[in-house]
Design a binder for this molecule. Structure first.
Ligand SMILES: Nc1ncnc2c1ncn2[C@@H]1O[C@H](COP(=O)(O)OP(=O)(O)O)[C@@H](O)[C@H]1O
Ligand SMILES: [Mg+2]
Length: 338
């Protein structure tokens, strides 16, 4: 067998996988205050990302996206469920080894960068401890990383407050890449930026993904942001995934009423012409703590009796496009909306 190349398995394991992740937050008991029901931030979320692919996870604020990201990063202990990296349970992978493969990019690079450290100093720790580079190699790699994210070499000796929001996010991306990671979890990386800057950072992310064969889990509260970047999109609503599909399928023909609602809110001329607007009653949300039925029911234009009594499971059919709606097979907003 010497000299024989290893055979590629017919279906490679996903590089990153979440299996039925659950996270409940329990308020600390206080004297004379009745115990609150636990807040179920993430209620059984599963996903798989193949190497070199980008998975988008979208949903509105408070639906559990950051909690999910922290579970994947090992920053929260799951109440139950597992995360696998190349098929290995991450709870068995040493933290340093995990950090060499998977890195987090935060929404707000200002709060995640130390204001007293220059860019060079911020990159130094991962270059030394994770990439294992000596001083001359770190110098060279710092210049290379800055070039990669579109920053001039002299920026290396500047402090975070000397940068614009977009430049700071470029530093955040450079720091993630300094570790040798090939998997990036990006939690709303452009949400804090102006729209024109958002587009530049998204272009950079797309370009880096292609050049470096990166795998992304890209979290956003806006479907428009993931449309061009992601191969697959999962839509979350109050702790659960309600629909998952290849991006072009989800954007072309969403089957769950919630993505219909989201898509109708995207302010691009064509799309709003093409899409039916589904009015969501303001301020009505399903109870995150109850089992009473579909959490989206109070906002849904298709709601019927069983939606209030039974949580719709994620369908197994069709393969590759699971939907959690009692009417998944006949969701047609043109027919049923108001
Ligand atoms: N550390 C925590 N302790 C208690 N509740 C939390 C904690 N982190 C998040 N939550 C709650 O979990 C829910 C989901 O929050 P989060 O994951 O931040 O949502 P998103 O990122 O989608 O806006 C929210 O109701 C939030 O208040
Ligand atoms: Mg968040």
């Amino acid at each position: 067998m010497i000299g024989q190349p290893a055979l590629e398995p017919a279906t490679a394991a996903p590089v990153l996988e979440a299996r039925d992740l659950v996270k409940h937050f329990t308020a600390r008991r206080r004297l004379l205050v009745p115990a609150l029901a636990p807040l179920r931030a993430v209620q059984g979320v599963s996903f798989q990302v193949q190497r070199g692919q980008a998975l988008g996870i979208v949903g509105e604020s408070g639906c559990g996206k950051s909690t999910l990201a922290k579970l994947v990063m090992g920053l929260h202990e799951p109440s139950s469920g597992t995360v696998l990296l190349d098929g290995r349970d991450v709870s068995e992978i040493p933290r340093t080894e995990f950090a060499r493969r998977v890195q987090f990019v935060f929404q707000d690079p200002y709060s995640s960068l130390n204001p007293r450290k220059t860019v060079r100093q911020a990159l130094d720790a991962p270059l030394r401890h994770l990439a294992g580079l000596d001083a001359p190699a770190r110098r060279a790699r710092t210049a290379e990383l800055l070039d990669l994210v579109g920053l001039r070499a002299e920026f290396a000796d500047r402090y975070p407050h000397e940068f614009s929001g977009g430049q700071r996010q470029r530093v955040g991306i450079a720091r993630a890449l300094a570790s040798t990671a090939d998997v990036l979890l990006l939690d709303e990386p452009v949400s804090a930026l102006d729209v024109s800057v958002q587009a530049q950072v998204l272009n950079l992310l797309r370009q880096l993904q292609q050049e470096l064969s990166l795998t992304y889990v890209f979290i956003a509260h806006d479907l428009a942001v993931v449309e061009n970047l992601c191969d697959e999109v999962s839509v979350m609503y109050l702790g659960r995934i309600v629909e998952q599909a290849p991006a072009e399928v989800l954007f072309g023909s969403p089957r769950h009423p919630y993505p219909h609602t989201l898509l109708s809110a995207i302010p691009t001329g064509d799309r709003s012409q093409r899409r039916l607007r589904v009015a969501a009653p303001a301020g009505v949300d399903g109870p995150a703590g109850s089992d009473g039925g579909c959490a989206f029911a109070p906002r849904c234009y298709r709601v019927e009796e069983r939606c209030n009594t039974h949580v719709p499971p994620l369908s197994a059919e069709p393969a590759g496009h699971p939907v959690a709606c009692h009417f998944a097979d006949d969701t047609d907003p043109e027919e049923h909306a108001g």
